[in-house]
Design a protein around this ligand. Structure first.
Ligand code: ATP
Ligand code: MG
Length: 446
């Protein structure tokens, strides 16, 4: 028994106790053990047991039980409002489609259950009285910060191609290396990803992109990324031949990804923002140019994210940011207000964060100055938002009904008038007060 101590939350402890009291074995398992051992707070606690699904249901008959995946042996029990997934020890059957087993067999052996799991750091179980069960030496790999397949990597990827991306995702999120044997298999078996559904690829890739080691993993496994996002490949090694850039397009892209906060919309926008560059390169005596690249990048973003079945709101926002990413900021309040008015405060901030990350990955000679300038613009934006400066029709002290009551004819004149008033308020020529706004209206004809 390893002398480690994990303290599951009370509802999880209760689930373990109830299963044990009914005569079964029960452990917390997988991600929660990994995270607890590395000192991070697990975001959910999964349990594994030799109780069969109907016995689990019977054991928790006083609780709300959701039959999450009964044929795979998974039920979710809600204890004190905490949902806990409990899965019967199982062995996966034959993988016919490189995605999921055709059948699963329940087993009485915890070790067999751990053996079907993807990586050694994910294949540990723990019970407060029995301690840590770690037959594949996950603790060693955790200590060495290493993602390593349980068993033969090629065989494991062949069973389920998604594990290829999961390996990269965990390495990026945890800032781990990929064990050399696992790494080799990732490179040689990457074409298996073609069997994996777009949604599952999107989920793993998004987590990878938001991981703390995203840049390193994307450099090391660019070939894997290009397998699922072939539109990105032309960026690799594409020399920009321009004094504003020290890096080829792909290297610049990855540095931009690393420099932007780890949120899905921002990281995807950073990944795609220059994807159009290789398609519009021209040269003159000043060097290389990429006129119109933002538009082409936006088209590529639509294609890539649609193929990925990305959710619509994320797609729309990423495309909007990519299309506008080379907007030239001059730093005036007037300009910032106009950007907020056009895109909304949230998207305006994202656009600035993209700009800041983008310039931070440009030539060293310009970097510091441009990042500082972007930082200042961001501060102004935050101040304007905090002051509730009027930057949208919603904030205007009059609305359409007020205008109609004041004699503006119903129809498009109302919208036009509101916009004109907003322009004047934003430019500072009118104050955002009801009386001032209404007085500024032309006398109605009647
Ligand atoms: P997180 O939830 O933080 O993303 P996790 O390790 O809990 O990480 P899940 O996807 O929730 O990951 O899976 C739970 C556990 O199930 C994993 O720790 C692993 O043991 C096992 N597992 C999940 N997916 C696979 C897979 N494709 N192949 C083999 N085992 C898997
Ligand atoms: Mg999990």
């Amino acid at each position: 028994m390893m002398s480690v101590r994990i303290l599951p939350p009370a509802p999880v402890q209760k689930a373990l106790d109830m299963l044990c009291a009914a005569g079964f074995e029960a452990y917390v398992v997988g991600g929660c053990v990994r995270d607890a051992l590395r000192g991070a707070e697990p975001h959910d606690w999964d349990c594994t047991t030799n109780a069969k699904p109907d016995a689990i249901c019977a054991c928790f008959h006083e609780f709300h039980v959701i039959e999450t995946g009964l044929q795979h042996g998974t039920v979710t029990v809600v204890i004190d409002r905490m949902p806990i997934e409990i899965t019967t020890y199982r062995i996966d059957g034959v993988y016919a489609d490189h995605r999921r087993p055709e059948s699963v067999t329940f087993t009485d052996s915890l070790t067999d259950d751990l053996a079907r799991r993807d990586f050694t750091v994910n294949a540990m179980a723990y019970h407060p009285e029995h301690g840590l069960i770690d037959p594949f030496h996950g603790t060693d790999d955790l200590r060495q910060k290493c993602i390593r397949c349980v068993g033969d990597p090629a065989a494991r990827f062949n069973e389920d191609g998604l594990r290829i991306l999961r390996a990269l995702r965990f390495a990026s999120v945890l800032d781990f290396t990929v064990h050399p044997d696992t790494e080799n298999a990732v490179h040689t078996m990457k074409s298996l990803l073609q069997h994996i559904s777009a949604e599952r690829i999107d989920t793993e890739l998004t987590k990878l992109l938001c991981g703390q080691a995203a840049e390193r993993i994307l450099v090391q496994f660019a070939d894997v990324v290009f397998t699922v996002l072939h539109e990105l490949k032309p960026m690799q090694g594409f020399d920009q031949r321009n004094p504003h850039h020290d890096y080829d397009v792909w290297t610049h892209t990855l540095k931009t990804v690393a420099a932007i906060p780890p949120e899905p919309v921002l990281r995807w926008a950073a990944l795609l923002h220059d994807s159009g560059k290789p398609h519009c390169f021209t040269m003159d005596e000043r060097g290389g140019h990429f006129y119109g690249h933002a538009e082409i990048s936006a088209e590529i973003a639509v294609r890539a994210l649609t193929a990925m079945k990305s959710d619509r709101r994320r797609l729309d926002r990423v495309v909007e940011l990519v299309k506008a990413h080379d907007f030239v900021w001059n730093g005036t309040e007037k300009q910032i207000k106009r950007v907020v008015r056009r895109y909304g405060a949230e998207a305006a901030e994202q656009l600035l964060l993209l700009h800041m990350a983008d310039v931070s990955a440009q030539a060293a000679a310009y970097r510091a100055e441009r990042v500082a300038q972007a930082q200042q613009i961001l501060e102004t934006l935050h101040r304007l938002c905090a002051e509730e400066a009027c930057m949208s029709l919603r904030q205007l002290a009059v609305n359409g009904r007020d205008l109609i009551a004041a004699g503006v004819p119903e129809g498009k004149a109302v919208g036009e008038t509101l916009n004109r008033l907003l322009d004047a308020v934003m430019d500072g020529t009118l104050s955002n007060e009801r009386s001032a706004l209404l007085q500024s209206l032309p006398e109605s004809p009647s």
